[in-house]
Design a protein. Sequence first.
Length: 367
Amino acid sequence: MFRIPNKADATYARQAGGFSADIDTIAAALAGDGVLSGLGVAAQGSPDMTVAVAAGLVRIGGYFAAEAGENVTITAADGTNPRIDLVVIDYNGALSRVGGTAAALPVPPAVPANSIQLAQVYVPAAATSITNAMIVDKRPVALDVYDSWAEFLGSSLSNTAATSGGSIGECGWYMSGTTAAPTFQTSVAGRPGVLRSQTGTTSGNRTSFHYGTAANTAVIAPADIARMTFGIAIPTITTMAAKLGCGQDLSVATADQLGTAGMWVEFVPATSAKWRYATRQASTSTVNNDTGADVAAATFYRFDIIRKQNGNVQFLKNGVIQFEHSANLPTTVGNVGTTVHTLTAAARNIDHDYFGLNLAPLGNRWT
């Protein structure tokens, strides 16, 4: 992560300098911007004039963006003087090189707006390849914090009736539908605070776990969401349907729908044995099937649904990008939570380990 090498540690003397780009990086970190995971910059296994940027997650200006990892090209070296380039990432996850000016005593260029530097690359005069000795890590570290967080550890179940009254967990969740009472799962190793929502035992019963008094209560505009994080498991994966995310109506069991609009992850085994990733607006959906393994019963997954600054929606499973949608992006105000339906004469459940919500930058609301 971010460092300014001592002269004794620097391969090239100018790498030990403290530059305005470094001050910009420190200021960005103090404002909460930085790398949440990955995004290290390294030379290629067979060095050439590109560098490899690892996959990772960044927060800049209150927005989140995931990067799958790619190469960045460093332009040809000057024949006479060295220069210092930057490898940067912006708040939509776009990687780029910012070229410095060749000089006897080069300095790095300024960090562009809405970006942070990941590395400085010292390009010696007449260099024909970039080695790790030329790269200095400049990633600022950001703490991964949420505006709203539910761990379900010691949280209240003061209302354990089939339909709750806004008293579940740190976020004050409601439950709706034909449900059984929620229960804590006390024997999940390494996962304290697992809350199980469960349906009734008649085919067609559902339980929706959400903000607001009903599954279709208009709570939040998609544009006000920067990230949703769900840690969930499905104990039984047959004759059921499950969904999690933001939607105009969280009660819908039909595949590819969550009311008229939304952005969500679903598992509908009658349609696919895979997780599916969906965006929807004005009753038109874009849906992709996961390309990995089939959904596994009683296995915890982490899902992140990120709405980037440009409006695109990214879906991450266990920290890895699965898809990014740029079509049918939701604008209709909806609700946030999970829903599970039973399609047989037996209860079906979702186990909730944690939930987090980050709001998009909302400006000054106090004037």
